[in-house]
Design a protein around this ligand. Sequence first.
Ligand code: KIV
Ligand code: ZN
Length: 530
Amino acid sequence: MRNQADRIIIFDTTLRDGEQCPGATLNIDEKLIIAKQLARLGVDIIEAGFAFASPGDFEAVKKIAQIVGTEDGPVICSLARAIKADIEAAAAALKPAVHGRIHTFISTSDIHLEYQLRKSRAEVLAIAEEMVAYAKSFMDDVEFSPMDAARSDPQFLYQVLERAIAAGATTVNIPDTVGYTTPSEFGDMIKGIIENVPNIDQAIISVHGHNDLGLAVANFLEAVKNGARQLECTINGIGERAGNAALEELVMALHVRRQYFNPFLGRSEDSEAPLTNIDTKQIYKTSRLVSNLTGMLVQPNKAIVGANAFAHESGIHQDGVLKNKLTYEIMDAQLIGLTDNQIVLGKHSGRNAFGTRLKELGFELSETELNKAFVRFKELADKKKEISDWDLEAIVNDEIQQSPALFQVELVQVSCGSNAKPTATVTLRTPDGEELTDAAIGTGPVDAVYKAINRVVNVPNDLIEFSVQSVTGGIDALGEVTIRLKYESRVFSGHAANTDIIVASAQAYVNALNRLYSALQKEVKEEVTA
Ligand code: KIV
Ligand code: ZN
């Protein structure tokens, strides 16, 4: 069995729960890029999606199962309600995976039973048992979640878990669905499960939790101390509402404080053996990739992966760190793969050196992707003398971002200044290959560009977030623009990098509009075929 209870199993749900946050919607190619990176990061299980939810979700789970679910790759998992059709869809999508898992769930809290499911406890017990057995008829590896477990009556929870394990669940996951519990309460709940579920030794105990009170990571660590061995988490903590427990925080807490946690896993306090299978050097890169592709920005003070996580501003701290790093640093930035912003390439670097450096940074690009990225690199090298690893990463992330290329930016021109009316002219290539030009006046240059683009694309939307970040220091730095726009109740994101932030702004906006436009086209197609 791949589950070893003497270490912590990392179950990543970035592509399922993480993708549930507004605007984080990813297309199949983007999900595959993230899944490949999660495999490099060393997660044990990838929850690739909810196969029954839509044809797109089904295809994404299937493709990830085919390409990432190899013999020595991670377990690929699909979520399924405790409903036959859901379980069948999950099983079919997971078929190509060497190691597949069906994750089925049903609510157990009285409030969910009364108002959402409208079912009695006896009915829920019977469904859980029957559906776990049904999932088991497709594959050995079955996970069961009693949704809203943290607000469920513990006595009822014990019964449901016992029946699910008897029916074949190999992992039982305890979700704090609404982010309500506290660390000691959650720890006691895991302890209670171990003491009161007679067949609990036949399953791994997992935890899943949301961050509504900012307690998810603390709750999980307390659960580990009390016997939980699988942690369900997401990169950068993205997910429903306030998000999920953040993978990077859990992994680094278990790594940095392993002497504290070792005894809870039956190890000697000074054991240096890692507590997870995660290659911590891949953490920063994975964080950036997920942030760029989902448009979910990482706050600067975010633990582990925030821009300020390793910056020392106070003079006293700087003085201490210069004398001995350990005075104010509990971990080395290199541990999460943050290199010193090395200057590696320049104008005269060839395609070979460029490709080699990208490989060293862990990027696996196809020939076409490499060629496209090399053209971007040369353009950048003409404007920027010194190109760092961070610039390379921004170029590659930009190039592999798979927003559908419906509208393309051909030209952006602005005129603005202290005594001028900000005016923009843009030319876009339309999905039919036609070049359309329009112009507009705005409150500033970006507003003018966006108004001009809107005149061409003509899909009403509200810009709800606009952010510019510099990739490196220096006046010639690449600017990364991330935007989120709202169309009716849906949110779409766009991202782009360029040394000219007005051009980056236009590209990011068009990327988001392309996602919106493609979603609308899909709906029209579905209506026609219905
Ligand atoms: O938060 C939750 O309860 C979930 C379940 C489906 C595990 O996401
Ligand atoms: Zn959840």
